[in-house]
Design a protein around this ligand. Sequence first.
Ligand code: GDP
Length: 296
Amino acid sequence: MFESLSDRLNGVFKKFRGQGRLDEENIQAGLREVRLALLEADVNYKVVKEFVDRVRERAMGQDVLKSLTPGQQVVKIVHDELVDLLGGEHQDLELRAKGPAVIMMVGLQGSGKTTTTGKLALHLRKDRKMNPLMVPADVYRPAAIEQLMSLGRQLDVPVFQSTSQMNPVDIARNAVAQAEAEGQDVVLLDTAGRLHIDEHLMEELANIKAAVNPNEILFVADAMTGQDAVNVAQSFNDLLDISGIVLTKMDGDARGGAALSIKSVTDKPIKFVGLGEKLSEIEAFHPDRIAGRILG
Ligand code: GDP
């Protein structure tokens, strides 16, 4: 991931580092290249503008220009601003709850919602010693229920017995009650997706939210769809006030435009990234590590 951006930025920085002295003109020229690299990585143009403005303002400071290693200083400024752009501090899942914590997974069909539900169940059980219940709440595609049941068998994680005759709001409510009765401490609700945002789906998601008051509403987005993912995230956030984002298919995304724009546009943190089809291929999102990887 981020291969092209990383190559481009490192090219710019090599020039910066190679110069003993930097003046405003060198910095302007370098920042023009940074700007192009970010635009080529499909980062939102407003986000790019604000980013470059912030870096420029800091880089033009006299303490940078007069320092012994101005090139290094500018690289450090870009690094810090990248960390900020990616969300700053790592944001963990909010799992404190009386009774079971509820994590509601939302997003378009094909984004990787069901796979991510399985990945999170495995992560919560293995790394946090929790006892999850997975809940298929997509009653429109019978295959969706079967897909989650199959993941449950694979992972040996219990799955709520939804049927396509049930109402998704009742499913959510009953599943939380069952988890409470049976001592499961986290409920993962895999809600329905559509190919496009539609009113009926959004209304249903709002009703599920109102019924079970989730601790987390995670918007799952396919990183490879770039700015479309950002726009869809914005719409889901407007309606549901999501709590975080999971970017899937980062393993196939050489550009990184969604990852670099989505926090800034929605003001919601990326909490996890999906890095492959296997159920173990999920990672908590740490902005500083990612910035390090991009500039590494
Ligand atoms: P849903 O319709 O949103 O529930 O999407 P699915 O969970 O069924 O995933 C759609 C496709 O994306 C499947 O083929 C998954 O294996 C694949 N997928 C999901 N997450 C990732 C990921 O992080 N990396 C890769 N390469 N594929 C993924």
